[in-house]
Design a protein around this ligand. Sequence first.
Ligand code: AMP
Length: 285
Amino acid sequence: MAMERIDTTAALQALAHAERCAGRRIALVPTMGALHAGHVSLVKIARERADRVWLSIFVNPTQFDDPRDLAAYPRTLEADLAICRDAGVDAVFTPDAAQMYPAGAQTSVEVDELAAPLCGAARPGHFRGVATVVTKLLVAAQPHVAVFGEKDYQQLAVIRRLVRDLLLPVEIVGAPTVREPDGLALSSRNSYLDKSARASALALVESLRAAARAFAQGERRGDALTAEGASSIAAHPEVSVDYFAVVDAVAMQPVVDATPESVGIVAARVGKTRLIDNMVLGQPE
Ligand code: AMP
């Protein structure tokens, strides 16, 4: 069956209605495009859980706190469509901003406490944009299942929370982070890195490994584990750290006493490129 390309929310809703009436399960994989093997891994997980796999590509303007970042974000639509075809995606949803934000739109979705720390503090308004666009995508596509990467750990926590709070009838599935052989988490933003920045970017995963190693050696104090990670990344002066923290996996608050489920989480700039990564302390990589 040829892959469908859908540009309007009306067409997406009509297709969702038809598939649901035919008794088929729909899985949605929301993305901003510039697809890589991390996105493809989400498609594979979606495929195991549904009869139809849909992938959306929308560079959502409301989640960018910096207009230059939005303007520069990689857009590789033709390559993305080829990747989707190869991965067996049934339909790709490629709306423009006017489809997702009808003229004069003034409604947004805000998750309070979970969205406040970490990336919420570093990027004002970011999670309001994410929560709003994900809610709209879930309402428009009416999937039974939606798959998101653990790579964006706080984002996943925010989405799980909004789905519960708004009573949305969809199962949220988290997918493990896909990494390069040396450990760098795949990201659309990695395309910005030149050779030396690419080497510096390893400082993020190394800081998480340092905290996970200390945890494996028996350290349980949250502040000591945080100090391990923070001093590891501070050894790279060319990397500018937004935060390094060891947090509770659900509330995203710093832990006093770490457990195997606690998460090391880091955001840092390498040159102009902002990267994020995280690691569950009891399950390093
Ligand atoms: P993005 O296009 O960056 O907004 O990401 C779309 C989805 O892919 C989100 O659910 C991300 O968490 C997920 N994702 C991004 N990078 C990876 C990765 N390296 N491994 C697994 N999932 C990822």
